[in-house]
Design a protein around this ligand. Structure first.
Ligand code: PSU
Ligand code: MN
Length: 302
């Protein structure tokens, strides 16, 4: 067991009983949603996982420990701190651990810690990807590199169009990451359940996805599987509402000279502001939907 890893008693017990476990990230709590909806959503995700037979392991770095499984108080702490918390991706882990610091983990860092803990399935909302204009900025999320090397299946709602969806798919193809559409042939676009891009693979049941994960793990070569799960129709946003908000957010980010790790949180918060909170409602529902699917996949795997 990694000396820096701290598995919570509940998660440890689930492991001992061979129960399905799913990882949940914490940057979505600190940087992905405003307080108090962030805390409410994180706690509701944990309840939803349990209702579907999976033990949730929400992941963060606290006091330099790589924590798999948090208490309600720890989730509240991350949510209240919000963007004052360090957004921790792969590159930040050595500093946080050596200095005994706190950080909310991105998809990439959550995958690393989930893998150390032996957790194979992870539910989130949206992943980082290739940003629009990346041919100039080189802004490509470390999440994509992580999927090329760490065997933890990520269930997301596709990529949102603050990113370049086409380039994100190309990048994942180059890196050899299987991208699966759950009950869909087209890549879901987070707030909407469809984009103009074909998804490379399709699966219609959790068991089918579990079968592919098992094959991937059996072959013991590095890398993850990315499952894209469309937002339920009743919660999807009209394209003529969300698209202009995203365009406006991108313009303002550029005008403000936002760069580096600030880009994604800035765009997420701007879109919420510009849609008068409606995008947040959609965001919360798609996360629940991903938790349900991840729990079913984890159950089929175990
Ligand atoms: N997309 C969302 N919500 C989020 C994130 C992305 O819709 O909360 C967060 C995730 O933690 C993801 C991170 O791993 O942003 C990606 O940041 P970057 O683009 O800086 O790699
Ligand atoms: Mn970036």
């Amino acid at each position: 067991m990694n000396q820096h890893l701290l598995i919570s008693p509940r998660v440890r017990e689930a492991m001992e009983q061979n129960k399905p476990i799913i990882a949940l990230e914490s940057t979505i709590i600190s940087h992905g949603m405003p307080y108090p909806q962030n805390v409410e959503t994180a706690l509701a995700c944990e309840r939803t996982a349990r209702e579907h037979g999976a033990e949730p392991a929400t992941i963060a770095v606290l006091g330099g420990k790589l924590c798999a499984g948090l208490t309600h108080e720890q989730i509240e702490y991350l949510g209240k701190a919000g963007t004052k918390m360090i957004k921790a991706s792969r590159r930040d882990l050595p500093m946080l651990v050596s200095k005994g610091m706190d950080g909310a983990t991105t998809v990439a860092a959550t995958m690393i810690i989930a893998h150390m803990a032996g957790i194979k399935v992870f539910a989130t909302g949206g992943i980082g990807g290739v940003h629009r204009g990346a041919e100039q900025s080189m802004d490509i999320s470390a999440d994509l590199e992580e999927m090329a090397m760490t065997p933890v299946t990520v269930v997301c709602a596709g990529a949102k169009s603050i990113l370049d969806l086409g380039l994100t798919l190309e990048y994942l193809e180059t890196k050899g990451v299987p991208v699966v559409g759950y009950q869909t042939d087209v890549l879901p676009a987070f707030y909407t359940n469809a984009s103009s891009f074909q998804v490379p693979l399709r699966a219609d049941t959790p068991a089918e996805i579990a079968g592919m994960i098992k094959a991937q793990l059996d072959m013991q070569y590095p890398g993850a599987m990315l499952v894209t799960n469309p937002i339920p129709q009743e919660y999807a946003m009209p394209a003529d509402v969300i698209d202009p908000a995203i365009e406006q957010a991108l313009k303002e980010a550029q005008a403000q000279g936002i760069a580096g790790k600030e880009v994604t949180p800035y765009l997420l918060a701007k879109v919420v502001e510009l849609t008068g909170g409606n995008s947040l409602k959609a965001n919360i529902q798609l996360v629940f939907n991903n938790v349900r699917l991840a729990a079913r996949i984890a159950a089929a795997l175990s």
